[in-house]
Design a protein around this ligand. Structure first.
Ligand code: DQA
Length: 144
């Protein structure tokens, strides 16, 4: 089983950006956490981060034929990107959307998610553990 884990804009600034919302751990910590969960679950993983919408679209397209599922935190593109929604629909791989913060408790513009329309579930407000939940959800889904 192979998963792609994708992270969108400004997540490379974890540890520096708004620590009251996103915590003190860095992006390197997040990547290490995801790799450790996947190793434990015997899942192959490729982890990506980009600040560019088109690059995220390219990575989603490249998952076709390579990955069995996608975990995605589209970050700010969550609330704007029809292109990311369409890319997820195009490859038609099972996907789960993750947010570190609870977007439903923040500004109203964060309540809208385009990519979530192509995802099995949206997980929010669990910090790094949201990624673990998404990985386990996809593992369970793919094992059926
Ligand atoms: C985020 C929530 C988004 O609204 C925001 O733009 C981010 C991070 C999260 O993980 O909580 O960059 O996706």
């Amino acid at each position: 089983m192979k998963l792609f884990v994708l992270n969108g804009p400004n997540l490379n600034m974890l540890g520096i950006r708004e620590p009251a919302i996103y915590g003190a751990q860095t992006y390197a910590d997040l990547e290490a956490y995801v790799r450790q969960v996947c190793q434990r679950e015997e899942i192959e993983v490729e982890v990506f981060q980009s600040n560019h919408e088109g690059v995220l679209v390219d990575i989603i397209q490249s998952a076709y034929g390579k990955a069995d599922g996608i975990v995605i935190n589209p970050a700010a593109y969550t609330h704007t990107s029809v292109a990311i929604l369409d890319a997820l629909k195009a490859v038609a791989l099972p996907a789960v959307e993750v947010h570190l913060s609870d977007v439903s408790q923040r500004e109203s513009f964060r309540h809208v998610s385009y990519p979530a329309m192509a995802c099995l579930e949206q997980i929010k407000g669990l910090g790094f553990q949201g990624y673990e939940k998404a990985i386990l959800l996809l593992k369970d889904h793919l094992s059926k």
